[in-house]
Design a protein around this ligand. Structure first.
Ligand code: HOZ
Length: 426
């Protein structure tokens, strides 16, 4: 497979775009080589600038739960585009979106639309601080909540991939307000609260970690976070930007039966257009302007094109949909683990709803250190072998994979056949 057109686009891109990309993980720094430039998507497939076809397990990093170019989503966007692209004023579509989300996710009484996951988590943190009158935030190492200052401390995703755990430009005084603990370690959380309990505004967590590979919560971990935060008057924030409407109809909080005070959303709820949201109980959300003094705003928030794409994507997402999606995702993850074992590579992995991760060179994966100490170079060789044979995984061992409903059993089997051939050559 040749990628000359992608290579020359990358060369051109680097002249006017930092690193040639608009988001660092895309630069392939983690896996080596040049990024692929895409032109078109169709169901489970994406096509690059050279016309090569790939089975896509990135899915725009989550939103493409129905597959690429889904007719109902495309039609909804086209129809809205023919009426108006935006007003910076209210529309009924925003109410429909809020009503849909509040119905799906019972912990939401009120929800505010924004334009990205980063905006959603940044706003939720400000709200938590404003509502509690406290400053400290607890997060977990390797969890990524976007790139706002408070949350860019020992984060996951691109900062892990590029090895910049603490970004220059984040003032030390702000970083000191964030306590970093170990994912899946309830005792660590208890200890932090026994020391700083009356100063902690919130614990923010990806209920299924998706930015250090994919790591499911251990039984009881999320429930422990709920009880510890409640006992100390702190808020619990579930960052469901990835998991929301992706692992279950009502997100990870439905799957694990734990209700947070605040939830952040993005990705699936925008159907591929730039969207984020944060919401929670009426009591907490009433601190947000114009009802309360915590300020947050945005010209493009609730943009009608994005609302139309999101509503069309959410419409078919019922309980049966998730049963099918989850079965396919497990089939893929289990198949990959079997193949890795067959080819003599120890590995471990998780699949939750439409998210999965396989870690090569680790027999157990429940927190950041397990992934950090895994065989990253083996993942990178596997990644390139798959890429050259028409399967597109995330270009970093520290990212989750995403399956869409268009990835039927035939597509999964084709992926496993390719993986078998590639692993035989590594
Ligand atoms: N940080 C994103 C994944 N966790 C990558 C975003 C992108 O490159 O589009």
């Amino acid at each position: 497979m040749t990628r000359q057109a992608s290579d020359s686009l990358f060369e051109r891109a680097q002249k006017t775009i930092p690193g040639g990309v608009n988001s660092p993980v895309r630069a392939f720094k983690g896996v080596g080589g040049n990024p692929v430039f895409f032109v078109r998507g169709d169901g489970p497939y994406v096509y690059d600038a050279d016309g090569n076809r790939y089975i896509d397990y990135v899915g725009s990093w989550g939103p493409m739960i129905l597959g690429h170019n889904h007719p109902a989503v495309v039609e909804a966007v086209q129809q809205q585009a023919s009426s108006a692209l935006g007003f910076g004023a209210p529309t009924e579509l925003e109410i429909q979106m809020a009503e849909d989300l509040v119905e799906r996710i019972p912990s939401l009484d009120l929800v505010r639309m924004v334009n990205s996951g980063t905006e959603a988590t940044m706003s939720a943190i400000r709200l938590a601080r404003g509502a509690t009158g406290r400053d400290l935030i607890v997060k977990f190492q390797g969890c990524y909540h976007g790139h706002s200052d408070s949350l860019l401390v020992k984060a996951g995703s691109g900062v892990l991939t590029l090895g910049i755990p603490n970004s220059p430009g984040v003032p030390a005084a702000i970083a000191e307000m964030t306590l970093n603990l170990t994912f899946n370690d309830s005792n660590g959380v208890r200890q932090a609260f026994s020391e700083y309990g009356d100063k902690i505004a919130a614990v923010i967590v990806e209920p299924v970690a998706g930015n250090m590979g994919c790591i499911a919560p251990l039984p009881g971990f999320l429930a422990d976070l709920r009880s510890i935060t409640s006992a100390h008057g702190a808020l619990l924030i579930f960052d469901e930007v990835m998991t929301g409407c992706r692992v279950a109809r009502g997100g990870a909080q439905e799957l694990y039966n734990v209700a947070p005070d605040l939830t952040t959303l993005g990705k699936v709820i925008g159907g591929g257009l730039p969207v984020g949201a944060f919401g929670g109980s009426r009591e907490v959300m009433e601190h947000i302007a114009p009802l309360g003094g915590v300020y947050q705003a945005g010209t493009l928030s609730g943009n009608p094109l994005a609302m139309a794409a999101g509503l069309a994507t959410l419409a078919p997402l019922n309980t049966d949909f998730y049963a099918t999606l989850s079965a396919r995702t497990h089939r893929l993850k289990d198949g990959l683990l079997e193949l890795l074992a067959k080819h003599g590579m120890a590995s471990s992995g998780h699949a939750v709803g439409g998210m999965f991760g396989v870690v090569i060179g680790a027999s157990e994966v429940s927190h950041f250190e397990h992934v950090a100490n895994s065989a990253i170079s083996a993942y990178n060789r596997f990644f390139h072998g798959l890429l050259d044979n028409g399967v597109y995984l995330a270009p970093s061992a520290f990212e989750a994979g995403f399956v869409s409903i268009a990835h039927d059993d035939g597509v999964i089997d084709e992926t496993l056949q390719v993986a078998d051939q590639v692993l035989a050559t590594l």
